[in-house]
Write a protein that binds this ligand. Structure first.
Ligand SMILES: Cc1cc2nc3c(=O)[nH]c(=O)nc-3n(C[C@H](O)[C@H](O)[C@H](O)COP(=O)(O)O)c2cc1C
Length: 493
């Protein structure tokens, strides 16, 4: 595939640098709001990414890349589609290509991290370890350039010798990459060491692709106008900021930086709106506080454990409640729509539908399985029989239920056998037009009465199901209903 078709241009741009834990969706959106042109995601490791499935999150209006353990590894949305660069950690050209193809339609460019000096990267041959393996660099970048339709870039650190750095940059250019980000420090140098603007400049002069200068946060870039000075000092086409943006992302504002409290509130709005994991939100806010983490605000933030508590610290309780209510209403509307559009499809002799069991849609201690059992009894049919398969790919479960000699199954795989049985029961009930007992459904009288009047064996079996699926089933009646919140990946820095 041709490399040059990508829309993203790397000349005269200000970019949010890739930062583990910091570069998640809320920070990227905030940087864009304030004026950044390009936003890099945190480095995501290819081995983790290849296991992910692409999932459209209709409630949040995001595209989620979800790991088999249900964690969201990468979340993105339409707003950043033409600006976000997906950075990966890799030491394997084919795996890199698989990951790039997985995400390419949802991002503006693909970047490979060749600068991370941390052991967790280098011991797998990734990050800065690649700098001493130019053949591997070439293999990874050429494979990506040939294999994806979006621009491919990479981010390097400088080498101990200027000549070696320039030669490496030229070799990288020959792979067909669209741009090269240069962090002007060697892998041995620490973030507080001065950045080598002269080396970045030499690289910028030696290649004709855009060079993105990086490393200036500490002693060059304090305000928006410094972005331009740093670009001029390095002779680069563009500038990429990490720490300066992490401390105050409004550094991208041409009208001048905003007070930190205002920035933190803006950040929280994105974090809540996009259901960011509370610990990630807290981490990013603490980075903004810097030496003020011991201030009264810092201490309150430190004590907050949930997004609701974080909002409380900033007096944003109303905003939190309103956003949750909106998301919940949207989820309810969607699940009603989905319920109506589900049409049974025959797969051989099995009736199928794409149905997932969501415990929150049913009152405490009521399940579709119970409804199906009661209905079968009433119809004088044999008790429903469930057969469950497990697939190796992600150890997902799929059940087929036989009722009245007919078989029913959901096309979606569930994370437990018990959930898979519930979804099979839902398919059967929906196909037959039998009420399944969801909250808000008209009372069928099938199960509720029985629950009140007697305690049969099948019920205690159902209770077991629920207890296993939900460790807190005992307090489920008091549990709040939330939109489908997938725990977001906690990335170790
Ligand atoms: C918290 C944090 C996380 C980082 N994570 C990444 C990363 O995931 N990928 C990467 O290429 N560099 C990463 N870096 C390095 C930065 O992108 C950048 O190269 C470095 O901080 C120098 O730029 P600065 O002077 O603007 O901070 C990280 C830096 C920080 C402070």
């Amino acid at each position: 595939m041709s490399q040059a078709v990508g829309k993203l241009c790397f000349r005269n741009k200000a970019a949010l640098a890739p930062m583990v834990r910091v570069g998640t969706l809320p920070m990227r959106l905030l940087a864009l709001d304030y004026g950044a042109d390009i936003v890099y995601c945190e480095e995501l490791i290819d081995i983790r990414m290849v296991q992910c499935k692409r999932v459209l999150n209709e409630v949040l209006e995001t595209v989620d890349f979800v790991a088999p353990d249900d964690r969201v590894v990468f979340r993105t949305c339409q707003r950043e589609k033409d600006h976000v660069v997906f950075q990966m950690g890799t030491a394997d050209p084919q795996r890199a290509l698989t990951v790039a193809r997985l995400v390419e339609n949802d991002v503006a460019a693909i970047d490979v991290n060749m600068g991370c000096p941390k052991e967790y990267s280098t011991k797998g041959g990734m990050g800065a370890a690649l700098l001493s393996n130019p053949d591997k660099i070439e293999a990874i970048l050429s494979t990506l350039v040939k294999g994806v339709s979006k621009p491919v870039t990479c981010k390097i650190r400088i080498l101990p010798s200027l000549e070696d750095t320039v030669n490496l940059a030229r070799r990288i250019e020959r792979t067909g990459v669209a741009a090269l980000a240069v962090h002007g420090r060697t892998k041995e140098e620490r973030p507080q060491h001065p950045v080598h603007c002269d080396v970045i400049q030499a690289v910028a002069q030696a290649v004709s692709i855009p060079v993105i200068a990086n490393g200036g946060s500490l002693d060059h870039v304090k305000s928006h106008s410094d972005i331009r000075s740093f670009r001029e000092a390095t002779g680069a086409s563009s500038v990429m900021l990490a720490r300066a943006a992490m401390w105050n992302p409004s550094v991208f504002r041409s009208q001048g930086a905003l007070p930190l409290e205002r920035v933190m509130e803006d950040y929280i709005q994105h974090a809540v709106r996009y259901d960011n994991h509370a610990s990630n939100t807290k981490y990013c806010l603490c980075q903004m506080l810097r030496d003020k983490v011991e201030s009264p605000l810092g201490k309150q933030l430190h004590a907050a454990q949930t997004s609701a508590e974080i909002c409380e610290v900033f007096g944003m309780e109303e905003f939190y409640k309103e956003t949750q209510a909106l998301l919940q209403a949207k989820q309810e509307a969607l699940s009603t729509d989905n319920h109506h559009i589900d049409r049974p499809v025959m797969d051989g002799d099995v009736t199928t539908m794409p149905v997932r069991f969501d415990r929150r849609e049913y009152p405490p201690q009521i399940t579709p399985k119970m409804h199906l059992l009661e209905w079968s009894r009433r119809e004088k049919l044999e008790q429903p029989v469930y057969e469950t398969a497990q697939r190796a790919l992600d150890r997902g479960f799929q059940s087929t239920v036989t009722v009245g000699e007919k078989k029913y199954r959901s096309t979606l795989w569930e994370k437990s056998k018990k959930f898979a049985e519930q979804s099979a029961a839902i398919v059967c009930l929906r196909t037959l037009g039998v009420p399944e007992g969801r909250i808000g459904d008209p009372d069928s009288g099938l199960v509720n009465k029985r629950k009140r009047d007697e305690k049969g064996d099948d019920e205690s079996e159902e209770e077991k199901v629920m207890t296993n699926g939900f460790p807190n089933a005992s307090d489920s009646s008091s549990r709040k209903r939330h939109p489908p919140i997938t725990p977001q990946e906690e990335v170790k820095g």
